[in-house]
Design a binder for this molecule. Structure first.
Ligand code: NIG
Ligand code: FE
Length: 398
């Protein structure tokens, strides 16, 4: 990016500050070498930036570009039939037990090649990009065999080469027990999941390792084996934990200093304490809560009490959260989970970056990556408040 200064911005820096949202009225941001060189109140702009090219933001809201830190965006097929079933009162768990759910997306995904997976995923990626998203986490987990797990991750890497987006991949081999291993989950972990992880890591396809710790998926003992392998490979971990019941996933995540523990509706106080101690981010997924018609809310007050950082994400997937909108996620996080609009914005910027182990993203401050979203808004709460409306003017990037 050529050197320039953005002036006259309503700056929501999302950086640690005494001001809510890290807000600076009439703010300026100096950019050079793809990084923020300075940001602050415009009348304090240091002399050395005065001759930089100026871009006037006309008082509009400037935020860091957004980060979707939990998605299953690469997949084939759809599960609209299960949507119909759930509306008649059949639960997500019942559908999984009768051979539907995740394993039905596995069949569709196994029949697609990398080109097809990329083609099918692009419209969902583009929907996020149109809302000022610059970083997307993408999980495998609909292959459950070595070839397809690797193909999903290859598709995820390819997406980063054809769109202006940073992709962080998570290997999610321990997502569900495939039909061919139905009665032998331990054998699946030993014979497929762990070797596939090693192979994916060899091909540089893995940035983190995830798992689904739940009665309809894997026990914490089974996931622990996968995490041990991740540790041997020096890969960070994250975990789908306490979504449908309390299984001890949060404790396991904390034991491995996980980047994040995700879902967490059934998380208890001991689990919250464990996450706080480990510095693990709680990623809340209101789209899944909403889609599955859950009743048990995540323990937001306890997360606040113990100062566990809270991120939010779309969980974009064909089953529990067929949602490709981070703005709608923000609205749902406020309306359903009672997050404040400030927590929602931090949840898709600063905290989402933390959930992905990205230090220089998700905030506008010196030394951070210069990647911003300019909105036709005058107050940052507008981003969470509107429903089904996208006020993005442009993404400003290097
Ligand atoms: O994050 N909870 C587990 N995995 C996904 C759902 C996957 C699916 O139903 O296809 C989730 O909600
Ligand atoms: Fe998920």
């Amino acid at each position: 990016m050529t050197q320039r200064v953005l002036i006259n911005a309503t700056l929501a820096t999302c950086a640690n500050s005494d001001e809510p949202y890290g807000l600076i009225q009439k703010g300026a941001v100096a950019i050079g070498d793809e990084l923020v060189e300075w940001c602050g109140s415009q009348d304090k702009l240091p002399l050395q930036f005065k001759n930089y090219k100026k871009q006037n933001c006309d008082g509009k809201l400037l935020t860091p570009s957004l980060i979707d830190c939990h998605t299953h965006i690469v997949h084939a097929g759809h599960r609209a039939n299960e949507f119909e079933q759930r509306l008649t009162g059949i639960s997500y768990q019942q559908i999984a037990a009768s051979g539907g759910g995740i394993v039905s997306t596995v069949s569709a995904t196994r029949s697609a090649n990398v080109d097809e997976l990329v083609k099918l995923s692009l419209p969902r990626v583009d929907a996020l990009l149109s809302e000022g998203v610059a970083v997307i986490e993408i999980k495998s987990g609909y292959g459950l065999d070595t070839d397809t797990e690797l193909n999903m991750l290859r598709a995820a890497r390819r997406l980063a080469s054809i769109r202006p987006v940073k992709i962080k991949t998570s290997f999610l081999g321990a997502h569900a027990i495939p039909i061919e291993f139905k009665a032998r989950p331990d054998a699946y972990i030993d014979e497929i999941c762990i070797p596939a992880l090693a192979q994916a890591h060899d091909e540089n396809l893995v940035d983190a390792v995830d798992g689904f710790c739940e009665s309809i998926a894997f026990t914490s003992t089974q996931i622990e084996k996968v995490f041990q392998k991740a540790k041997n490979l020096s890969l960070p971990v994250k975990l789908h934990a306490e979504q449908l019941s309390l299984c001890g996933g949060a404790q396991l995540a904390a034991k491995f200093n996980a980047l994040s523990a995700d879902h967490l509706e059934y998380l208890d106080e001991a689990g919250v304490r464990a996450l706080a101690k480990a510095g693990t981010v709680a990623v809340l997924l209101p789209g899944a809560f909403y889609t599955l018609g859950e009743k048990q809310l995540p323990p937001v007050s306890l997360l606040r009490k113990y100062k566990v950082p809270i991120a939010i994400a779309s969980d974009c997937n064909p089953g529990s959260s067929p949602m490709s909108s981070l703005l709608l996620t923000m609205n749902m996080a406020c309306t359903i989970f009672r997050l404040t609009p400030e927590e929602a914005l931090l949840g898709v910027t600063l905290r989402a970056a933390q959930a992905l182990g990205l230090k220089r993203y998700g905030q506008i401050s010196e030394g951070c990556v210069a990647d911003f979203a300019l909105w036709d808004c005058s107050h940052p709460a507008e981003l969470s408040y509107r429903i089904g409306f996208n006020p993005l003017i442009e993404r400003i990037t290097c």
